[in-house]
Design a protein. Structure first.
Ligand code: FE2
Length: 297
């Protein structure tokens, strides 16, 4: 559990956002060439708190978002190339904006259900940095669920039942519910695949529930009905208020989250244009494949 009090590190002020996880970090500007000592602090805080808020970054350039993110790891070029920045392919636009009749970003203005970014890839990102450039009048909050706390609080019998199990993760299922279909070529690059349902964190060794209503379709190795009932139980469990931080965006907010330990969802919104820019940060290659260790470090 995260500390509940503000602490001041050299030059950085850290204020928790939720009893379990999340912190606002003040005293840092997102730049293309950040100070290596700042990055080491950010990396430690990112793993400790699972979500970091950097407020007041209005006017941050795309080069700065990319450069800062690259200092935390190699960046993924998202499969939805039609929604990438025309200047920096490492940036994905999440937006309802249109230019010359064409959507410039993904996910428009509807609700987006709980999901882990890229859980459908063999080597999913461990982090995403999402920055609010333009916001609408109402709605569009993003909720994050701490899946380490959710797993730790499960009854022992449920954790035993999940040990070593795998589930099918489907980007196609997510798109059918919340987005637009991929092209055939994109679909060929993102087939359904299996991941462990409990993931041992590649850096902290903590265990997290690694499944989500938006993309997880079935736990393998058990009858369909049993899988449906167990998934429903786990989805309701992990979306409880005690595990969830709701973020109300301000323009200039940049949120960096741990994508191996939290899932997220978005409210629908109305009343104007919304533009968010996201980088997607990969783990080191030797830690990239999600795994379950019965006795984590
Ligand atoms: Fe997402």
């Amino acid at each position: 559990m995260a500390d509940s009090t503000t602490m001041t590190l050299p030059e950085l002020t850290v204020t928790p956002l939720h009893p379990n996880f999340g912190a606002r970090v003040e005293g840092l500007e997102i730049t293309a060439s950040p100070d290596p000592e700042d990055i080491e602090q950010v990396r430690r805080l990112w793993h400790r708190y699972k979500l970091l808020l950097f407020r007041g970054q209005q006017g941050v350039s795309e080069a700065a978002l990319v450069g800062f993110s690259k200092s935390l790891g190699e960046l993924e070029i998202h499969v939805r190339e039609e929604f990438l920045s025309p200047h920096h392919p490492e940036l994905l636009y999440v937006s309802n904006m249109k230019r010359e009749g064409r959507a410039i970003g993904i996910l428009a203005d509807r609700e987006v259900g709980w999901h882990y970014d890229q859980i459908y890839l063999p080597k999913p990102a461990v982090g995403s940095l999402l920055c609010a450039v333009r916001l609408p009048e109402a709605g569009g909050d993003t909720c994050f669920a701490d899946m380490v706390s959710a797993y730790a609080a499960l009854p022992e019998a449920t954790r035993t039942r999940l040990a070593g199990k795998e589930a099918i993760q489907s980007y196609a299922a997510f798109n059918a519910m919340y987005s637009v279909p991929t092209s055939p070529e994109q679909a060929a690059r993102t087939p359904d695949l299996r991941q462990p349902v409990v993931r041992t964190h590649p850096y902290t060794g903590e265990q997290a529930l690694y499944l989500c209503p938006g993309m997880t379709t079935r736990i393998t190795g058990m009858p369909q009905q049993e899988s449906e009932a167990l998934l429903e139980e786990l989805f309701v469990w992990s979306a409880q208020d005690r595990f969830v931080y709701r973020h109300r965006w301000q323009e200039g907010d940049c949120v960096l989250w741990d994508n191996a330990a939290t899932m997220h969802r978005r409210d629908p919104f109305r009343g104007g244009e919304r533009l968010m820019k996201r980088t997607t940060i990969l783990p080191a290659a030797d830690r990239a494949r999600p795994c379950y260790r019965a006795d984590p470090a």
